[in-house]
Structure formats: structure tokens, C-alpha cells
Design a protein around this ligand. Structure first.
Ligand code: GAL
Ligand code: CA
Length: 369
């Protein structure tokens, strides 16, 4: 069963790589969903709501309220920051630590679905879910809505059809997250801002790059892959994809992939990684290959993990994009609180990414302390 899933993911990954990665030319419209405009508009419209909801709540109301939180995988660096921040914030809003239960889906949808069923049996007041597979969202929503429990999805956005059902049926279901297209665009712009003369190290008029993708089922991975390259093309640059691999958000996997890619393609000028964990793995292989970021290669990630910020400050990473786990986790908790209070929420609660280079990396790092 597990094997089947893995090979299915691999096939999806390969298909996806062919479409979006090294085959990016002319494929942009295939991967651009028809809902782009709607989602962007929703993000803008809901910003105020998200901010208003940041007001501290009356603490005593929530001490006996039960919150169930499902995380797709505890070993994920970014989701660890997210869940810790959310737990602390909920406690600061008056929830009791023993009434906040956070479980590890171990990157297995069947495990997570069981956990959701257990939370339903326990009668939690609200569920916060970071799905293992966004494509299982419809099944998850049906389970949770049938049980009469409000639901806040985080980080892995369900597709537009699924989100439309929440509004159509007036269900207490929402999604909290940032628009991954923006993070991809920022990655590309960080490279473009360096100037083509600097990045085109071999002077052949093209940018030779390798792409290391997160989980290919995840829109964050899809959009970051697509929009980072689109930003170069929009600037009039010609790109040359040397390799496009799936690193599943994981540092050790990315380290191996980049080691192989660099030895097969020493002409690589830019390494794009869909997140910082993988960029940190890429950096280990860049070092091992005797290359120097900023001199004979460029490297970008997403998340602004503290270690990556230190690298941006030191010049060993070109840049990253701050994926604000603080505002996202607070907005998710605030949405849960609104449901508990009976106030309801918009069905999409957005946020903004922040471009990070050596100019502001220290400032971002300080803000996280
Ligand atoms: C992304 C994040 C990745 C990983 C992923 C999990 O937003 O950038 O590092 O945590 O979510 O879905
Ligand atoms: Ca070149």
C-alpha cells in the first residue's frame, strides 16, 4: 500500500517535472488554475479580517475548549515552527495546554484520517488541519462537517473546487495561508535584482539552473517552481533548466540531489530550492563541490529559517523568502477562536511573504527572537 503511494507520487512528480520544471517553456498556462483572480481578490479582501482577529480574546472563555491539531509531519522544520508558535499563542489567548492536542500525521494520509476520526470521537470544539494530501481535503471536510465541528485548514491549500463547497454550503471551514505564487516570484526577483551580467557566469546569454522541488502534490511546490522561473522570463532572461528534482522539502534528500546535479552539470549558475531546508542541503553540496555562493553560483530558498537567515547574512545563501509562521499561526488560531465564539470566518485568510536578502536578513532574524 505504502509502496503504491510512493510510486504514484513518483509518477506524479515526474509528470509534474516534465510540465513545470525543465519543460517550463510554454507550459505556464497548463499549470495556472482558472481561479487565480478569485483567490488573489479573496486574499486582499480578507486581510483586514485577519488583522482584526489579532485582538486578544477574553481568556476565561477558552480554558475548557478543546482544540485538535493535525500536522502532516512533525519532522518538517517549517511546520515545527508553525505548530509551536500556534500552541503558545493559543495558551496566551486563554486555552489550557492540556486541551490543545497536536498530532503527527507521519506523512501518511491514512494515519491522519484516523487521527481526525479520533478527534471527532473525543468531541473537540475545533479542528486545525495541515493535510498530508491536499487532494484528500474533500473527504476530510465531509467527515468534520458531518460531525458539526468547525475546521481551519492550514499551510496546504485545498483546490478551488473544494474551497467553493465551503462557501456554497455556508460551512464553518476556512483556509489560512499565503499565496505561494508570491514566494516563487520573490525568489526569481532576488536573482533578477543581481543583474544578468552577474548571474550569467559563463556569458552564454542563458541562465543555467537546477530546481529542487518540495512535495509535488503541494501547490506551494508547484507555484514556487513555476513562478520563480517566470520572474526571470518576465525580466526578459533566457533560462536553461539543467535538472529538476523532487526533494520533498527535506534537507538530506536535497543534499544528495544537488550533489548529483552539480557533478553532472558543473555549469550550474543558480540553484532554486522550494524551501530553506532543501537550500541548506544544497549549500552542503555546493561547499563540498568547492563552489562559492555569490562568486560562482547563486542559491535561493523559502521560509527564512534562522539557519538560512544566518547564511544570507554571511553571503553563503543569495536570499530567501520569509514564510511568516507567526502571522499564519496566529491567524489560524484566531479563526479557530472565531468559530468557537460563533462569529464565523471568511473562507480564505491570506498573508504576505517577504523577500529576504542581505539587506534585511538581520532585521528578520531579530524579529524572530
Ligand atoms: C511550505 C514550507 C515548506 C514545508 C511545506 C509543508 O509552506 O515552505 O518548508 O513546510 O510548507 O507543506
Ligand atoms: Ca549562462
Amino acid at each position: 500500500m505504502k509502496k503504491k503511494l510512493v510510486s504514484l507520487l513518483t509518477v506524479t512528480a515526474m509528470t509534474f517535472s516534465m510540465l513545470v520544471g525543465c519543460g517550463s517553456e510554454g507550459s505556464a498556462e497548463t499549470t495556472q488554475p482558472a481561479t487565480t483572480d478569485t483567490q488573489t481578490t479573496q486574499t486582499t479582501e480578507t486581510t483586514d479580517t485577519a488583522q482584526t482577529a489579532e485582538q486578544p480574546a477574553a481568556t476565561s472563555d477558552f480554558a475548557d475548549k478543546k482544540v485538535g491539531v493535525c500536522i502532516y509531519q512533525f519532522s518538517d522544520n517549517f511546520m515545527t515552527l508553525f505548530r509551536n508558535e500556534m500552541e503558545n499563542y493559543l495558551i496566551s489567548q486563554g486555552f489550557s495546554k492540556e486541551n490543545i492536542t497536536i498530532v503527527d500525521g507521519a506523512n501518511d494520509q491514512a494515519t491522519q484520517t484516523n487521527q481526525i476520526q479520533n478527534f471527532i470521537t473525543q468531541g473537540v470544539d475545533v479542528l486545525v488541519i495541515n493535510p498530508v494530501n491536499s487532494s484528500s481535503a474533500a473527504t476530510i471536510t465531509d467527515l468534520v462537517v458531518d460531525a458539526g465541528i468547525p475546521l481551519v485548514y492550514i499551510n496546504r491549500e485545498p483546490d478551488a473546487d473544494e474551497e467553493a463547497r465551503w462557501a456554497d454550503n455556508n460551512w464553518n471551514v476556512t483556509y489560512v495561508g499565503c499565496d505561494a505564487r508570491q514566494s516563487g516570484t520573490y525568489q526569481g526577483e532576488i536573482i533578477v535584482d543581481l543583474g544578468q551580467d552577474k548571474v550569467d557566469l559563463n556569458g552564454d546569454g542563458k541562465i543555467q539552473y537546477i530546481m529542487i522541488e518540495g512535495d509535488p502534490e503541494n501547490v506551494d511546490a508547484q507555484y514556487r517552481t513555476e513562478f520563480s522561473i517566470k520572474a526571470l522570463e518576465d525580466a526578459g532572461w533566457t533560462v536553461d533548466c539543467l535538472d529538476d528534482e523532487v526533494g520533498n522539502w527535506d534537507q538530506a534528500t536535497a543534499q544528495q540531489l544537488v550533489a548529483n546535479a552539480l557533478s553532472a552539470h558543473p555549469e550550474t549558475e543558480v540553484v532554486f530550492c522550494n524551501n530553506d531546508a532543501m537550500a541548506l542541503g544544497a549549500l552542503q553540496s555546493i561547499d563540498a563541490a568547492g563552489r562559492k555562493v555569490g562568486e560562482d553560483i547563486y542559491l535561493v530558498g523559502v521560509d527564512a529559517l534562522s539557519e538560512a537567515l544566518e547564511d544570507v547574512i554571511a553571503g553563503t545563501m543569495t536570499g530567501t523568502v520569509f514564510n511568516d509562521h507567526i502571522s499564519q499561526s496566529h491567524s489560524a488560531a484566531d479563526a479557530a477562536i472565531n468559530y468557537i465564539k460563533g462569529d464565523g470566518n471568511d473562507h480564505y485568510i491570506g498573508c504576505d511573504y517577504v523577500k529576504v536578502t542581505s539587506d534585511n536578513a538581520q532585521q528578520i532574524l531579530d524579529s524572530l527572537k
